[in-house]
Design a protein around this ligand. Structure first.
Ligand code: TMP
Ligand code: ASP
Length: 242
């Protein structure tokens, strides 16, 4: 990145730089992959570019469906220009199917279709290992008002409807995903972060039997191999469809 842009924040998978316009930021997607709160780390050449391109396409799709997002435009293949937002320190997970931590922490069997989407909210705090949090604790900690929390939940449910049918069109089952929201310069809630195979579980529906084929970061979390091939397949199907 050009020296004139100041690094404002570095996360596990992205770097955020200043922009000439103080209301905007430049987000660079890294090739690094982490899992289990960075206990497991690796680098996959080309992952940053794939996540940036996939996220850009999905943000455009959401924008066309009246979902406010921070995305403005792509700068290049692994960098996007976004609105500068103040991130709400909550990770909003929506599950359509039981998998992952839900099955480790409850007696719900892996692969169970949920009759209605389940929303699990986590506190975005690496030191505390992103714990599951309740609405009452959110209120107690003064993170956001209950009205804004309802808005975030409502947006998450709408996003699920849009993404589920979009992915079904490209033969992908949207199992679950994680979103982050923030406040823009007008104090309006907008979707932030990224939407990519790093923070969604995407299962291939092009399978003759019941085998689960993960086209997402579970390939890294569960040592399945073929991460770049899986992300490239998602990118290819999106581009062929749009
Ligand atoms: P989980 O089953 O591990 O709770 O994950 C649910 C979804 O949230 C899955 O699509 C992966 C995503 N996720 C993130 O994007 N970041 C995280 O830190 C965690 C734990 C999950
Ligand atoms: N994002 C988390 C980490 O960096 C975990 C995950 O995605 O599974 O460790």
């Amino acid at each position: 990145m050009n020296k004139k842009y100041e690094l404002i924040y570095e996360g596990k998978a992205k770097k955020v730089f200043s922009h000439d316009d103080p209301d905007k930021v430049i987000i660079e997607f890294k090739d690094d992959a982490t899992a289990f709160n960075a206990l497991k780390k690796d680098k996959f050449e080309g992952k940053g570019k794939l996540n940036c391109l996939i996220s850009a396409r999905i943000f455009e799709l959401l924008k066309n469906n009246n979902i406010p997002t921070h995305f403005i435009k792509l700068k290049n293949e692994n960098t996007m220009i976004s609105q500068k937002i103040k991130i709400i320190p909550l990770e909003i997970v929506l599950r359509n199917k039981a998998y992952g931590s839900l099955c480790k922490q409850t007696t719900i069997e892996s692969g169970t279709d949920l009759t209605k989407p389940l929303i699990d909210i986590y506190l975005k705090n690496d030191e505390l290992n992103d714990p599951l949090i309740t609405k009452d604790r959110i209120e107690l900690m003064n993170i956001i008002s209950s009205k804004d929390l309802e808005l975030v939940i409502d947006l998450t449910l709408k996003i699920n409807g849009i993404l589920k049918s979009f992915f079904r069109n490209i033969q992908i089952q949207l199992v679950d995903f994680k979103l982050e929201f923030g406040y823009d310069d007008k104090n309006k809630i907008v979707l932030g972060d990224e939407i990519s195979p790093d923070n969604c579980r995407l299962w291939d529906l092009n399978q003759k039997n019941d085998t689960i084929v993960s086209l997402d970061k579970d390939r890294f979390r569960n040592d399945l191999g073929g991460l770049i091939e899986a992300y490239s397949e998602i990118n290819r199907r999106i581009n062929d469809f749009i």
